[in-house]
Design a protein around this ligand. Sequence first.
Ligand SMILES: Cc1ncc(C[n+]2csc(CCOP(=O)(O)OP(=O)(O)O)c2C)c(N)n1
Ligand code: SF4
Length: 251
Amino acid sequence: MKKIYSRPKSLKKTAFHYCPGCGHSIIHRIMTELIDEMDLQDKIIGIPPPGCSVFAYNYFDIDMAESAHGRGAAVATGMKRAYPEGIIFTYQGDGDLAAIGTAETVHAANRGENITVIFVNNAVYGMTGGQMAPTTLVGQKTTTTPYGRDERMEGNALRISEMLALVKGVAYIERVAVNSPTNIRKAKKAIRKAFQAQIDGLGFSMVEVLSPCPTNWRMDEPEAWQWVSDVMAKEFPLGVLKDVTGESHAS
Ligand SMILES: Cc1ncc(C[n+]2csc(CCOP(=O)(O)OP(=O)(O)O)c2C)c(N)n1
Ligand code: SF4
């Protein structure tokens, strides 16, 4: 019989603490597959955040260094400069990256730091109980916007990828989702491309992943997966926002 599934070498034999249907576990799975396929286990270092993925170091069998809230891009900058042959990635939620960590992220991108950012957008603060995040959609109910996000009071959903695509030091940005087998395959391809941009020394690369949070969205798993396509991806369209990797290869 043909074996169609095996645990990636760089994924530890530890049960995930994530809720059923959570996107974090899918993203961990595809990232560890890539780490194996690209033979990076001995030279990749991950920087997880405060947030639901705070224990990512329990799952990735690679070196990891926890950052303070929002400081991933700053920690990654120091690490990459001290250890340029390493492949350095941050793994950050939308509360972490798009609220408290906006400045670090924008300036690291602007400096063209040769690091990779995995930006997990689930439109809420997951770990702390489902409060509004900068990426919460207008009208979306959260524990701090019980009547729905009000544009006049709380502003609009912040499109970080579109913003960063305008920044010169950025080599590659793509927005993907992990809510269907097809989208999961595309997400894996995008993360491969982001790691490759760093290996090729092209500058800042980021993959934004639209990721279901059934618990705080108060949905079951199929509803949450559907909501990503029907609602979230309308505000945050999937696709490549910036890609200079081809240009650089050609030159
Ligand atoms: C300096 C500081 N402020 C606030 C917190 C509390 N805190 C922990 S995680 C978090 C937000 C997590 O949301 P997100 O980054 O979207 O990740 P998710 O849990 O949804 O994966 C907050 C506000 C903290 N740990 N440190
Ligand atoms: S609260 Fe949301 S983001 Fe956190 S583990 Fe559960 S489903 Fe995932």
